[in-house]
Design a protein. Structure first.
Length: 146
């Protein structure tokens, strides 16, 4: 008889533990602390769609003008960095005016990137960032920065 009483207590404790693990203890979700940044990647190509590795220019968006110089390969400046043939802008503008040159090639265009929304810690936890990519053809006869 004593044995049943002991198992009865164990059964209540086991059932309580199962319910706690099934339904959780509390309503707050634990969040990881992974970070992310807004980012626009601009790939510069020539008229044959070959990547250009040296370029410079300016990008205007949201009332700001970002001057960039990626003529030395991998470089960085305030608000941007260069990665081979890609200008990486540390922002996510919905529209931007771009003027760029590479040797005798040039580009003057408006870009309207599409962005992916990233939530590395899940939708209930911050941060949320936006990352997009556009390709810009730099071609002969466009003299915008010379």
């Amino acid at each position: 008889m004593r044995r049943c009483k002991w198992f009865g207590y164990c059964g209540v404790i086991a059932a309580g533990l199962l319910l706690t693990s099934a339904f959780g203890c509390g309503s707050e979700e634990e969040c990881t602390e992974m970070g992310c940044d807004d980012e626009l990647r601009i790939q510069f190509v020539d008229e044959f769609s070959d990547p250009l590795h040296e370029f410079h220019g300016e990008l205007s968006f949201d009332g700001e003008v970002l001057e960039f110089d990626c003529s030395t390969g991998e470089a960085a400046g305030e608000g941007y960095r260069c990665d081979e043939s890609v200008l990486i802008v540390e922002a996510a503008p919905t529209q931007a005016e771009l003027m760029a040159a590479s040797g005798l090639l040039g580009a003057s265009t408006t870009v309207e990137p599409q962005y992916d929304e990233l939530q590395p810690n899940g939708p209930e936890c911050g941060p949320t960032c936006y990352q997009g990519e556009v390709e810009v053809m730099v071609e002969p006869g466009v003299d915008c920065l010379h």
